[in-house]
Design a protein around this ligand. Structure first.
Ligand SMILES: [Mg+2]
Length: 299
């Protein structure tokens, strides 16, 4: 009997997916043809599609090796993800996302630094921090110092420039329709995250507060820095408050600062992530759309 999604208990979810708009890279193989069904996808698989991707999902007996395609045997451009039974069956679920380069396409501090004429300097420190080569808190202080003297009014320009990642609104809406919460935790700044959270309808958020004195940034942040440990603490605090078991918490991030966050989750998604984070992930998602998470969550 074919398994019928999503009603079979004790089964893992398998998802094979490909981008529907893969940018051509000169010298590389042609991108995946997402219209062709790979040979390793069973006939009873359910076709799924969303913002920027399409694929197939089906269920296999939990914990057994059979029924999961070997990624090496999939056509170029296709990826496979497995959601363990405990996560698939958990309800309610909660989604907790990093912000810079995860929920949104940019790094906010680089947008701010561009206004201060210090973009290249700050970007180099960000890159090193996200590769795990620098202590995050020290690197944050260093980068924020470069913003000293900047008029606080430029924050409005940065808020206007922020672009949610493809699929962000769709995955948030799907979680909300299911009655589940969506949260964001950021090593960036409350002044930018608060209006974004309101726009996207996020249930909870936490970031750092830039200090502003007489209309200008001082180059300091106020209070405890949201570092990788605090990100994981927020996940545990929010999920406990909402009555969500660890198995039901899906976390997504892209950088070394998200390692503890992903380690604390039931399903850890490395989103177009730096190498330091990928080994901590249950799902390495390299297709640039958050909407895949909706399908991983069974929505
Ligand atoms: Mg990030």
């Amino acid at each position: 009997m074919p398994l019928t999604f999503p009603s079979s208990p004790g089964t893992d979810l398998v998802l094979v997916y490909a981008a529907t708009a893969v940018p051509a890279v000169p010298g590389e193989e042609a991108s995946a043809d997402p219209t062709a069904t790979p040979a390793s996808v069973p006939a009873h698989a359910e076709p799924v599609a969303g913002v920027g991707f399409q694929g197939w999902r089906w269920q296999v007996p939990a914990g057994e090796a059979g029924g999961r395609p070997d990624p090496a045997l999939l056509p170029a451009g296709h990826a496979v993800a497995v959601v363990p039974a405990a996560v698939r069956e958990a309800a309610p679920k909660m989604l907790v996302m990093d912000v810079d380069s995860t929920l949104i396409r940019q790094e906010v501090i680089e947008l701010l630094a561009a206004h201060a004429g210090r973009e290249a300097e700050v970007a180099a420190v960000t890159e090193a921090a996200m590769r795990g080569e620098l202590d995050f808190t020290q690197s944050l202080h260093h980068r924020v110092k470069a913003l000293a003297g900047l008029e606080a009014a430029v924050i409005e320009d940065v808020v206007a420039a922020v672009e949610p990642q493809p699929g962000a609104r769709e995955v948030i809406d799907a979680f909300h329709t299911a009655g589940w919460q969506v949260c964001a935790v950021s090593g960036g700044f409350t002044q930018v995250l608060a209006p974004l959270a309101q726009d996207l309808g996020l249930d909870r958020y936490r970031a750092n507060d830039l200090e502003v004195v007489e209309g200008r940034l001082t180059g300091r942040v106020l209070g405890t820095v949201v570092d990788r440990a605090v990100k994981a603490e927020m996940l545990r605090e929010w999920s406990a408050e909402a009555g969500v078991d660890r198995a039901g918490v899906v976390a997504a991030g892209d950088g070394a600062n998200d390692i503890d966050l992903l380690d604390a989750a039931g399903l850890a998604v490395a989103f177009c992530a730096k190498p330091a984070l990928r080994e901590h992930a249950d799902v390495v998602l390299d297709v640039p759309t958050l909407d895949v998470i909706r399908v991983l969550a069974g929505l």
